[in-house]
Write a protein that binds this ligand. Structure first.
Ligand code: GLU
Length: 465
C-alpha cells in the first residue's frame, strides 16, 4: 500500500469549531501512528464567505493544541483550473452532461418536493437530451451522471459496510454556470492529486463520499479508504452547532483550559483504548487506531473537560504549570507584575489544589497578585471584637518571629486558639480575612508563608472594621 497520507480540509468561512479540531486530531494521529503525512487543505473556494481572519484562526487553533501539518498548507482556490479540467474530461468521457434548467425551473422543482414533503432530487431532465435542444439564453451547469440502478456499498473503516440505493444520489452539479467547481468535484480532485490514502471526516459527509467515489471511478483513480466519525452532540443530545457557546478553542483557552488537557479530552471523545484515560502525545500517537473510534455520537461535556484540566494542573511539573499560567495571563491580558511572579511560582504547590483552570489559579492567587487587598464586604462583617482581638494577639506574636516557617507558626496559632478559648476556625478565619480579603482561600500557613513577613505585617495593620 502507498504511504499513509491524511488531511484536514476546513473551509475558512467561520472560526474552527471543536468538532473540526477533533477531526483534525484524529487525522493527525492516524498519520503519525502509521508513519505517514498529515496535510492541511484550506477549502476557500467560496470567495464570498471565506475570510483571511478565519484562515489564521484555524492555523492558530491547530498550533495551540499541538497539531502540526506537513509541508505547506494547500490552498484549494489555487487549484481551481485542475478541477475545471477534470469537469471537462468527465464531460468528454460521457460521465457528465450540461444541464440547461433555469434557476426558476429548479426552484419550482424544489418547491414541489417541499410540498410533497420529499427530499428534492434533480429530475435528470438533461441527462439524455441533445445539445441541439439547448436554449440559447441559458448558461448551463455541468452535472455528474450518477449511477441510477443498483446499490453501492462503502466499506467505511468506522461504520462498517454502508449501503445505499444508487438512485438516491442525484446528478450533482460539478461546475456551476459561472464556471466555478463545486465542493464534491474540488475535494475529489484535490484528494487524488494530494495522494490521500485515508479520508477521515465527519459523518455528515457520507453522502458526499458516495458522490466523490463515483468521480474517482469515472476518472479511473485509485480510491482512498474512508472513515466517517460520528458527530459531537451537546450534553442534551442535540447536534453541536456553531451557535453553541464554548465551541471554539478560544472559548476554552480563555477560561484557562490547557491545550494538553483539551487535546486529551478530544482524543477520548469518541475514541477509546482499553480503559486508559490519560494520554501523553507520544502515547496517543502510539495507540491511536481507527478501530477504537465509536459508532455513536459523543457528548461534549464541560464538566469532564474541567476534570481533565484539573488532572493536568495537579499532575504536571510546577515549572511547566507556571509557564502555562504566564502564557495564559499574557494572552488574555491578566497582569502579574514581575515582582509577584516568584511568589506565585512558589505558591503553585497549594494554589493548584483548588483549581480546575488557570483562571482559578489566577483568581485564587489574587491576594498575592493584587497590590491592595480587596475585601469581601460580607466577610468583613465577620470581623467582630473577638476577631479583632485574635488579629491583634497574632500581630504581637508574629512581630517576634524572624523567619516564619510552618514549624514556628503552628505553636503560635495553637497558643492563640487556647488563649482566646476558640477553635481553629476562630483564629484562621479572621487572619485569612485580614490577609486576603476573603474567608475562602488557601490554608492560613500557606497564606502567611507565601506573602512573607513584611507583607503579612503590613496587612495585619490594616484597619478593616
Ligand atoms: N470543507 C469541508 C468541510 O469543512 C471538507 C470536508 C472534507 O473533509 O472533505 O466540511
Amino acid at each position: 500500500m502507498s504511504k499513509v497520507a491524511t488531511r484536514f480540509a476546513p473551509s475558512p468561512t467561520g472560526p474552527l469549531h471543536i468538532g473540526g479540531v477533533r477531526t483534525a486530531l484524529f487525522n493527525w494521529l492516524y498519520s503519525k501512528n502509521q508513519n505517514g503525512n498529515f496535510f492541511l487543505r484550506i477549502e476557500d473556494t467560496d470567495k464570498e464567505r471565506s475570510k483571511e481572519e478565519y484562515r489564521k484562526q484555524i492555523i492558530n487553533s491547530l498550533e495551540w493544541i499541538g497539531i502540526n501539518f506537513d509541508g505547506e498548507e494547500y490552498v484549494q482556490s489555487k487549484k481551481i483550473d485542475d478541477h475545471i479540467k477534470v469537469a471537462h474530461e468527465l464531460l468528454k468521457k460521457g460521465n457528465a452532461y450540461k444541464c440547461y434548467c433555469s434557476s426558476e425551473e429548479i426552484e419550482e422543482q424544489k418547491k414541489r418536493a417541499k410540498q410533497k414533503k420529499i427530499p428534492y432530487i434533480y429530475d435528470r431532465k438533461w441527462r439524455e437530451k441533445k445539445e441541439t435542444d439547448a436554449p440559447k439564453d441559458i448558461k448551463p451547469v455541468i452535472r455528474f451522471k450518477s449511477k441510477i440502478d443498483g446499490t453501492s456499498i462503502l466499506k467505511d473503516l468506522v461504520q462498517g459496510d454502508v449501503e445505499i440505493e444508487n438512485n438516491t444520489i442525484e446528478d450533482f452539479v460539478i461546475l456551476r454556470n459561472d464556471g466555478t467547481p463545486t465542493y464534491n468535484l474540488s475535494a475529489a480532485v484535490d484528494d487524488h492529486q494530494m495522494n490521500m490514502s485515508h479520508i477521515i471526516r465527519g459523518d455528515d459527509h457520507k453522502i458526499n463520499t458516495f458522490k466523490q467515489i463515483q468521480i474517482y471511478q469515472a476518472m479511473e483513480w485509485e480510491i482512498p479508504s474512508f472513515a466517517h466519525i460520528p458527530l459531537i452532540h451537546t450534553i442534551d443530545g442535540k447536534k453541536l452547532s456553531k451557535r453553541d457557546k464554548a465551541s471554539t478553542l478560544d472559548d476554552y483557552s480563555k477560561i484557562g483550559i490547557m491545550p494538553d488537557a483539551l487535546r486529551n479530552y478530544l482524543l477520548r471523545l469518541g475514541w477509546s483504548y482499553k480503559d486508559k484515560e490519560i494520554f501523553t502525545i507520544e502515547e496517543s500517537i502510539k495507540y491511536f487506531n481507527l478501530e477504537g473510534i465509536g459508532k455513536s455520537p459523543s457528548k461534549l461535556d464541560m464538566s469532564r473537560i474541567l476534570s481533565m484540566n484539573e488532572h493536568y494542573i495537579k499532575n504536571m511539573n510546577e515549572n511547566d504549570l507556571f509557564d502555562q499560567l504566564i502564557e495564559y495571563c499574557n494572552k488574555f491580558k491578566k497582569e502579574i507584575k514581575t515582582d509577584k511572579e516568584d511568589k506565585i511560582r512558589k505558591s503553585l504547590s497549594f494554589l493548584k489544589n483548588k483549581a480546575k483552570t488557570l483562571e482559578d489559579i489566577f483568581i485564587n492567587g489574587q491576594y498575592i497578585i493584587a497590590d491592595e487587598v480587596i475585601f469581601n464586604q460580607d466577610d468583613i462583617k465577620l470581623i467582630d471584637e473577638r476577631a479583632k482581638k485574635v488579629i491583634n494577639d497574632f500581630k504581637v506574636q508574629f512581630e517576634k518571629i524572624d523567619q516564619p516557617s510552618r514549624e514556628i507558626l503552628e505553636p503560635v496559632i495553637n497558643g492563640l486558639i487556647k488563649s482566646n478559648n476558640t477553635n481553629f476556625k476562630g483564629v484562621g478565619q479572621p487572619l485569612r480575612i485580614v490577609l486576603t480579603g476573603s474567608k475562602f482561600g488557601p490554608g492560613i500557613y500557606d497564606i502567611i508563608l507565601s506573602l512573607g513577613k513584611k507583607e503579612v505585617q503590613k496587612r495585619l495593620d490594616t484597619k478593616i472594621a
